[in-house]
Design a binder for this molecule. Sequence first.
Ligand SMILES: [Zn+2]
Length: 512
Amino acid sequence: MKKNILALALILALLAGAVLLLSNIEGRAPASAAASAPSSFQPSADRGISLAVETQTPPAQTESEKTPRYIFVMIGDGMGKGQRGLAREYLKLKTGDKSAELAMDTLPVKGEVSTASANSNVTDSAASGTALSTGCKTNNGMLAVSPDGEKLETIMEKAKEQGMSTGVITTTSVTDATPAAFCVHCDSRALENDIAEAYLKSGIDFIAGGGACHFLPASYSGGDDTWGDPLYSARTDSRDLFGEFAGEGYKTFCGAEGWREFKEYGPAPGSKVFAAFSNISLPFELDRINEGMDSPTLSQITQKAISSLESDPDGFVLMVEGARIDHACHYNDAASAAYETLAFDDAVKTAYDFYAQHPEETLILVTADHETGGLGLKSDPDLSVLDGVRVSVQGRLKFAYNGDRAAFYKYISDNLGLKSLSASEKKKIKTALDFADKKKTDRNLYSSYDPPAIAACGIVSDRAGIGWTAFSHTGTNVPLTAAGWESARFSGLHGNDGIGRLLFEIVGLKRE
Ligand SMILES: [Zn+2]
């Protein structure tokens, strides 16, 4: 008898839960129910953010509050669970706070995304960006077109139809696959000069990152980019796309000088911005910090994008990409993977601070397009090893060996913290230097990269207790976290196209 009563109580409780869940799925739940943090929540100034989960009666909704006005789609390129775990553990070490969390890990809704493309278990950023921006899977390399080449409407185009403002920002070229998948339609991600031209017609209100070389005329010579390198053109024609953007009413910013102006720029309501601060990618965080480069962080660009777009009473959709997590992981560069993920997390925090001021009207989604490198932490990692690393592999280390072995050993001592090497470590470096001297390689050991650089940074990973399984993307699922308006819709496991369809639906909701 007692058992029967208990069973009945359990069934009733389950039914009540199911009704609550259904009302949420149907979109009838108030905006701040369940998934949203209470409106009293304020992220603390330090990184030890904690979310209070006290229940509150949600405020009454007015018609105009039934759609989110501010939508952030934040993509850590190549950022799987391993990258988030590495950054979190390194953050604990750096802050001395054993309970430190990434801002992105404190978002209350947790989910997971499968990433296969239409033609491969392992996606590239073009196909995955397309799935997220259009809700449809396509083949690797294709941007917002179906495998047959038909145009797929993007959430940015839908946002425009709805009268909202739009923005894309990235730490690599704005013509690169992830931002391009949100803004243009193209059969091949490789056609970056064509993609640059297509941006002119995209109507995107705020575009910022790198990639100036695709917008400058072939004959260009002039200032430097934010690495301190001379700006150059990768175009074969005389089109000056910076000038053409200005003709379309954009305020433009080019290279290092552009960055200095951008810092001081106070966007007027309704203004449009086109900014490319470097020839291709922005500097890696490690190089920017250690060399004191005057170059923007993703968080600084995010802040400027918010202040430019927020004046639109219809709201905005802003895509923010931390692109260089992927670049670091292709090289199995553990230190840069940690720094790039932390810099991306700072941008999430900037968005979260904005959310805290507009909790009923903001949706923040943080995920990845795929994982890169098959990164995992071993038991008892010693991440203090990463403190000795002062250079990125792709930005600096790969250029360090020029045939002078003594100079290379000194370089990795000074810049990777490899002051003394064990016999097996010495053997690894010697093998790599031999390959480099003979201009040969071993693709299993070094992929297509510079053998001495890969060998040296491999020793850093081994000492730190960080394992890698590939120099490429992997097909593992990636985490998703979310906060704000109806964010519970994103909990659980989704395909990347499913995430895109949910976004499309939300952007397309009837607006008052
Ligand atoms: Zn990649």
